[in-house]
Structure formats: C-alpha cells, structure tokens
Write a protein that binds this ligand. Structure first.
Ligand SMILES: Cc1cc2nc3c(=O)[nH]c(=O)nc-3n(C[C@H](O)[C@H](O)[C@H](O)COP(=O)(O)O)c2cc1C
Length: 260
C-alpha cells in the first residue's frame, strides 16, 4: 500500500504514478488516519510513505501517520520505504525518518527523494520555479519513477537515493528547526479584497483547517503549511503576510496531461 500526504499535488501524483507502476493501492494518509478500518494492510505487502519535505524534514503529519500506522498494525511492514518530494534538497530528512522508524520498532528498507517544482513562497528569496526550471524538473520525473518502482518491486534493500544538499546538518537542525517551530503557522494568513468567497480553499485543505465564515476563509490553528489554499486560490487572494503578494502560484495539475 502506498500512503501519501500532499498540498499542491506533487506528492499525490508521485504516489499515484507509483501505484500505477507497482499495482499497489494508493491511500491518503489523512484517509487512513480518519478510517484505518477501511484500509486493510496484508502482512506480506510493502508499505510506502510519500510526503513533501518541509523545512528539511518530513511534515509533522507524516510522523503522526507513522505512529498511527504502528498502533494499528500487529506486525512490522516487511518492506517499508519512503519517497519524499522537494524543490531542491532534503537535508537530513532521511536520518530523521529512520530515527522515527527505529523508535517504532521498524526499519526503512529504501528511501528516495524526487525533485519537483517548488511550492514554498512565504519568505524573501523563495518563489515558485521559472517555467524552464519547472518543466525541466517534470521532464526528469517519469524516468526517475521508473527506477524507483523497479527497486521497490524487486524489494531491494539498503537503497537510499537522496539529495541531502549542502550544509544538510545545519539546514535540518538549525535553520529548519527554527523554521518548523516559528514559521509553520497559519496565524499570518490574510484574505485580500480579491476573495470572492468561493470556498475553494476550504475544499482543498487536506487537513480541514479552513472554515468559511461569513463568506471568508478562517484558519483553525492546525495548519501543516502545505500552502494548498494559497496555490489553489483562483484569485490569488490568500496571503501569508505581505510577502506572498508578489509571488507566483503553482499547481501540478496545470502542467501534466490527463494520462500522464
Ligand atoms: C512549508 C514548505 C516547506 C518546504 N521546505 C522545503 C525544503 O526544506 N526543501 C525543499 O527542497 N523543498 C521544500 N519545499 C518544497 C516542497 O517540498 C515541494 O515543492 C513538494 O514537492 C511539494 O509537494 P506537494 O505538491 O505534494 O505539496 C517546501 C514547501 C513548503 C510548502
């Protein structure tokens, strides 16, 4: 079974492509966490965990998911792997994940990172990728996925194809630590006059953190910072402080064909 968490669609698409290549069932982490009884995992099947990298680490929801999976399962997955998507690099995400697995009595057999178009736009110097960079990243994905799928279907162990990037320790432990503690919050979201009250943001929030009240979105304080609301808004009306007003929007579905 392949589990995923995704804000703007990169990771969902990666998980779906993996499902197509491996024949494994694909389930949103949130669906499993809400209704574990609907998704029976066979003791012999492999378990894949797909997530976007946030602040050079896995999002908190991925760790929560692993915890709830471990609570539900009466066995250790015989072949456990992860695929993380990121704009540039993952720092020590792999190490952090392996530590989390160890504390649950598990061990990852394989792990992969896959560069996808960037979605982080909230700080100065960060924006969506240029058309050229975005298209170049997307063009590389099918071949990369094929390789990952082969490794998984043949259950190769000890395969960790990761891009930690430069200063990985510093990024994950110092910069990322501050980022995850102080900047992963919905308190700075604002709604501009361009908002029509269409409710798209409420619909796309993967954790149900947005409620429409008097025709305007309100954030409920359990945001994962996936930015699905920001990127999906048809009027570019949702902002994280003033920083995102001049930033771009990105949705994977605008750049892939239906049968991709
Ligand atoms: C809050 C946040 C933090 C991010 N941090 C990183 C990062 O540390 N390194 C990186 O390369 N990309 C980072 N990104 C980019 C995403 O990991 C990347 O675009 C991912 O593919 C988005 O997946 P999704 O479309 O499934 O949400 C970040 C994106 C967000 C929204």
């Amino acid at each position: 079974m392949i589990f995923y968490y995704s804000g703007t669609g990169n990771t969902r698409w990666v998980a779906q492509q993996m499902g197509r290549l491996t024949g494994d069932k694909v389930v949103a982490m949130t669906d499993y966490m809400n209704h574990p009884e609907l998704h029976t995992i066979i003791p012999t099947e492999s378990v894949g965990i797909c997530f976007p990298v946030y602040g050079w680490d896995a999002p908190a929801i991925a760790y929560d998911f692993m915890q709830s999976l471990q609570t539900e399962l009466e066995f250790s997955p015989p072949y456990l792997y992860y695929i993380c998507t990121m704009g540039d690099d993952i720092g020590l995400t792999g190490q952090r994940l392996q530590q989390a697995a160890t504390s649950l009595g598990w061990c990852f057999s394989a792990g992969f990172s896959l560069q996808m178009p960037n979605t982080y736009v909230c700080l100065p110097g960060f924006n969506v990728d240029s058309t050229e960079v975005r298209d170049a990243k997307l063009a590389r994905v099918p071949h990369a996925l094929q390789g990952i799928a082969e490794n998984i279907m043949e259950r190769h162990t000890g395969i960790f194809q990761l891009i930690p990037g430069r200063f990985a320790w510093l990024k994950t432990n110092v910069i990322g630590g501050y980022f995850r503690k102080r900047l992963m919050s919905d308190r700075k979201f604002e709604v501009s006059t361009a908002c029509t009250g269409c409710g798209k943001c409420e619909t796309v929030c993967p954790v149900g953190n947005i409620l429409m009240q008097r025709g305007r979105p309100t954030w409920q304080g359990h945001c994962t910072m996936c930015l699905a609301c920001y990127h999906h808004c048809p009027h570019h009306a949702l902002h994280w402080g003033s920083e995102t007003r001049k930033k771009g929007q990105y949705l994977l579905t605008m750049h892939i064909k239906d049968n991709d």
